[in-house]
Design a protein around this ligand. Sequence first.
Ligand code: ATP
Ligand SMILES: Cc1cn([C@H]2C[C@H](O)[C@@H](COP(=O)(O)O)O2)c(=O)[nH]c1=O
Length: 238
Amino acid sequence: MTTPPAPHQPPASATGCFITFEGIDGAGKSSHIEPLAQALRAQGWAVRLTREPGGTPLAEQLRTLLLQQPMDALTEALLMFAARRDHLQMVIEPALAQGQVVLCDRYTDATFAYQGHGRGFDLQVLQTLEQWVQASPPSSLDTPANLASPASTVRQPDLTLWFDLPAATAAARLAGVRAPDKFEAEPQAFFERVAAGYAARCAQWPQRFERIDASLPLEQVWQQVCTVVQRRGLLSPT
Ligand SMILES: Nc1ncnc2c1ncn2[C@@H]1O[C@H](COP(=O)(O)OP(=O)(O)OP(=O)(O)O)[C@@H](O)[C@H]1O
Ligand SMILES: Cc1cn([C@H]2C[C@H](O)[C@@H](COP(=O)(O)O)O2)c(=O)[nH]c1=O
């Protein structure tokens, strides 16, 4: 019988690890997030799998509105951040405080890519909202005095896997798979802008971002995911 690999148990004082999955619709994120959760659990990690917009009862209600209802760009951005605030307070921060690995299907890079680059919404305004919403710990915005000044610490992912795929390939993969939601119904030019937005975020955060070539066959994409997570010391080769 082979000996199982030593589990990567986080020390009691660990603050967990926050990993986000990003990319345009149809890039292949969801195909890999659950297998990665299983691989991490098999090596001893406590894993919290979640998504944005969503992840809490309130944020899931906001998701339904966001993915179905037409609305102006500011309303859309505010609802994305409202959902994120609830998600951070109720799920992400508590899980990280317990030393868990949080795997989140999309986070704030999506807001910059979709609302910022896709819709053309003001990136400075998004940056201000980011400072407020992602104040860490969340209680640092509890009092009116604290609200007046931006947070000193802003919760960012430790690692972002960016599934990079041409918009035309993503559209071909999604064609006929399911009825498109409000975002998926956008034209290819929208997703080209979103993809450019992700490339800009990757250039801005080179240490946090890992680009995954999502145009390759599923098994090769999975290999890239494993290699990146192994390099970050969270998984050991099996
Ligand atoms: N490497 C791949 N090669 C070919 N097809 C793929 C590959 N990865 C995923 N697919 C297929 O493409 C479609 C979209 O994949 P998936 O749902 O994982 O993307 P996604 O990024 O999570 O999309 P969304 O953000 O819209 O939910 C699915 O039908 C999936 O089976
Ligand atoms: C977090 C976030 C998401 N979106 C968009 C991107 C997708 O089209 C949908 C979510 O659907 P998925 O199938 O779960 O990927 O929401 C966005 O526009 N802005 C955001 O911040």
